[in-house]
Design a binder for this molecule. Structure first.
Ligand SMILES: Nc1nc2c(c(=O)[nH]1)N(C=O)[C@@H](CNc1ccc(C(=O)N[C@@H](CCC(=O)O)C(=O)O)cc1)CN2
Ligand SMILES: Nc1nc2c(ncn2[C@@H]2O[C@H](COP(=O)(O)OP(=O)(O)OP(=O)(O)O)[C@@H](O)[C@H]2O)c(=O)[nH]1
Ligand SMILES: [Mg+2]
Length: 470
């Protein structure tokens, strides 16, 4: 299906760099180009050039030259969108780009909507929906892990697995539905024990994919790490030390931080989102109290909670603080790391005695303890390796498929429900028509992910979040 409109857009970031790329895609791409481009080589007609060739020349509006450019020709169906595509590389001035864009629309192209090139690639069958979504993820990738997962998905790693199982399941439903046509005769075309095997296989895959989402989501959005503790423990000093930037105010005044301060940082390819919070203490100050309420909120939302204590704190205070934080944690997937700060002020023998893993476990019930000095930058690396340890990133290292997209996650959960109902039905020997209903539902949800089943509304929602020119 080749779409009728010819669309154009600037595909590079506005005002950034020496060269900009404009894209023109659709059935009139070559004709429009013929109209506005004069090749440097004499007697060269654009419409007669071989595909995947590059040509130097001038863009002119019929009267005046606008810019010297290089153009690249892609011939349908062998292009990114499957349409005829012409790419124009012009000089980077925004003014030049706009003038060329204006010229292209004057000659019959229309401005592309956000993500419209990728959407056409999907509509023309160049990629499925989850691959198209991965294009956006790849553009937005902020870390090595995010890039790797998105590239794998864009290359079809995720959809291949689903499409394969879906088509096997589809075969079975067809057989079951065929049985229904012969209902008088009590035939069984679809081998039930084979079907159970297939359903179990799908259940296993769905569970694996669903489980991968907590990692996938963390990779994409950054793993939230809340830094909490008493006032003056050195939380803001730690944030600044990690980010290597004076991001938060530091002072010896208790209650310096009142609002939540967040920033992201990559550690060995994983994005962490550090959240500095207001120190916890009893206070009658209204604004400070609001900040402390927010701190408790952040404990609930974070994946990792860094509780910061002062190495000079007494045992009772530490014990109390750990159990206070644990009480506010709300999932067994959350991890607690206790940082004992200001080690520069304490004798090292005492440190070793009090804050060995064993001693600390006896005192608090947790042995994830990192003594360091935020101010002197001593042993920060122990904290970062402890942070990395909490993340099970094996799936990324092994190049497994990791679900990063909330839409896919929802569909997978729905598909799992359907597959479990199917399994139950098979085990209870329910009739073919009920069985096929359950399977149809699974087919629907699996098809939603790849876009084999989609609505304009779903497509609209996906592509409107793309950038223009992609
Ligand atoms: N200049 C430019 N750079 C770019 C893109 C682009 O569209 N233009 N891309 C845009 O995302 C990415 C590269 N992706 C691309 C994907 C497919 C085709 C393409 O022409 N595919 C044809 C032909 C394949 C072949 O020659 O074997 C096809 O799939 O049929 C081009 C770019 C990143 N860099
Ligand atoms: N000696 C020493 N002082 C530190 C260390 N870390 C922080 N401090 C000092 O402790 C004081 C408080 O530091 P902050 O980072 O503002 O403490 P905070 O936990 O953010 O405090 P609130 O925002 O009030 O909750 C400052 O004077 C810091 O310079 C450290 O490792 N060693
Ligand atoms: Mg602070």
């Amino acid at each position: 299906m080749i779409l009728e409109d010819t669309i154009c857009a600037i595909s590079t970031a506005p005002g950034a760099g020496a060269i900009a790329v404009l894209r023109l895609a659709g059935p009139k791409a070559f004709n429009i180009t013929e109209n506005v481009f004069r090749p440097a080589a004499k007697n060269k007609s654009i419409t007669e050039q071989a595909p995947n060739t590059v040509h130097f020349g001038t863009i002119y509006d019929g009267e005046n030259d606008i810019d010297e450019v290089v153009i690249t020709l892609f011939k349908s169906p062998k292009s990114f969108t499957g349409d005829d595509i012409v790419e124009i590389s012009c000089h980077g001035a925004v003014f030049i780009q706009q003038k060329i864009l204006q010229l292209l629309t004057d000659k019959g192209a229309r401005l592309a909507k956000p993500g419209e090139f990728t959407q056409r690639s999907f509509l023309n069958g160049k990629m499925d929906l989850s691959q198209a979504e991965a294009v956006a993820d790849l553009i937005a990738a902020r870390s090595e892990a995010a890039r790797r997962v998105a590239l794998k998905q864009m290359k079809g790693g995720f959809s291949n697995e689903l499409i394969n199982l879906r088509s096997k399941l589809l075969e079975f439903t067809s057989l079951i539905e065929l049985e229904l046509d012969f209902s008088e005769e009590d035939v069984e075309f679809a081998d039930r024990s084979q079907l159970i095997d297939l359903v179990l296989e799908i259940e296993h895959l769905l569970k694996k994919l669903i489980d991968s989402f907590s990692l996938g989501n963390a990779i994409k959005n950054g793993i939230p790490v809340a830094i909490v503790g008493h006032t003056n423990a050195g939380k803001s000093t730690l944030l600044n030390a990690l980010l290597q930037e004076e991001r938060a105010l530091v002072s010896d005044v208790h209650g310096t931080t009142r609002d939540v301060i967040e920033d992201v940082m990559n550690i060995q390819g994983i994005t962490f989102r550090f959240i500095d919070t207001a120190g916890i203490r009893n206070t009658i100050d209204k604004v400070e109290s609001m900040g402390i309420a927010l701190t408790y909120n952040k404990i609930k939302q974070a994946s990792i909670i860094v509780l910061m204590m002062d190495a000079q704190d007494e045992d009772a205070k530490i014990h109390q603080a750990v159990s206070d934080v644990k009480r506010h944690m709300n999932s067994d997937k959350q991890q607690l790391i206790v940082v004992v700060n200001k080690t520069d002020l304490v004798d090292s023998e005492i440190l070793e005695k009090r804050f060995s893993k064993k001693a600390f476990r006896e005192l608090t019930g947790t042995d994830s303890v990192v003594p360091l000095s935020a101010k002197m930058h001593i042993h920060l690396d122990r904290l970062t390796s402890e942070l990395l340890k909490t993340m099970d990133t094996g799936a990324i290292d092994n190049d497994e498929v990791v679900v990063t997209n909330a839409r896919h996650y929802e569909a997978l959960k729905n598909a799992l429900e359907g597959i479990q109902r199917t399994l139950e039905g098979l085990q209870n020997g329910i009739s073919g028509d009920f069985l096929s209903q359950d399977i149809r539902e699974v087919l629907h949800y699996l098809g939603e992910i790849t876009g084999q089943i989609s609505t304009d509304e779903v497509l609209g929602n996906i592509f409107k979040n793309f950038c223009i020119g992609k």
